[in-house]
Each structure stands twice: as C-alpha cells, then as structure tokens.
Design a protein around this ligand. Structure first.
Ligand SMILES: [Zn+2]
Length: 103
C-alpha cells in the first residue's frame, strides 16, 4: 500500500497530491486532520456548554436563596441545599449498590 493519495479540494475543486492543505486555496483537505479538527471543535463546544450550565447553576433559585440578605431565607436555602446534596449522595450510593449486587 502506498501513501500516495490524491484529494480533491471541497472548496475550489482542484486536485492535490499528498498534501494536507489545498495548493490552490489553502483549505484543509487531509481527512485525518479534518476529523481531528472536528473532534477539537466538538470538545470545545462541549466545554463551553458545561461552562454555561455552571454559570446557570450559580444563578439558580437555590443559590439566590443562599445569598439572600435576610438570614432566615439564607438558612432555608442552606438547609434545602444540604438536603439536596444528601439526596444526591444517597442516590448515587444506591445506584452503586444496585450495580454491585447485580454484577
Ligand atoms: Zn482548494
């Protein structure tokens, strides 16, 4: 098997031999590199989405309660938050337990 490959540029239609970039217009034409670039883009998008969700979580109703200027509301917010954290911990423990028993 040879490494020789002729790739048609999608942007301008000219043929290139063993090149990563189009000799005519400079467009990326190496399929492996294009795939890598797409994976990078997707990763970046995913990270941005995560960041956005984090910001939204910080601005959530519960966090507003926890940062409220009235201490009773803050205390209530903290209690609800604690209950929520405990529920998550118990929930994940039960999920782990179920997975361990059935395995
Ligand atoms: Zn081209």
């Amino acid at each position: 098997m040879t490494n020789l490959s002729i790739i048609k540029c999608k942007a301008c239609g000219s043929f290139n031999r063993n090149l990563d970039y189009c000799s005519n217009c400079g467009e990326l034409i190496n399929p492996a590199l294009i795939r890598e670039e797409n994976i990078d883009k997707r990763k970046k998008k995913h990270l941005e989405q995560l960041k956005k969700e984090q910001v939204e979580a910080e601005n959530s109703f519960l966090n507003k309660l926890r940062n409220h200027r009235f201490w009773l509301v803050r205390a209530f917010g903290n209690i609800v938050h604690s209950v929520w954290v405990i529920l998550l911990a118990v929930g994940s423990f039960l999920a782990w337990l179920a997975a361990t028993i059935s395995a």
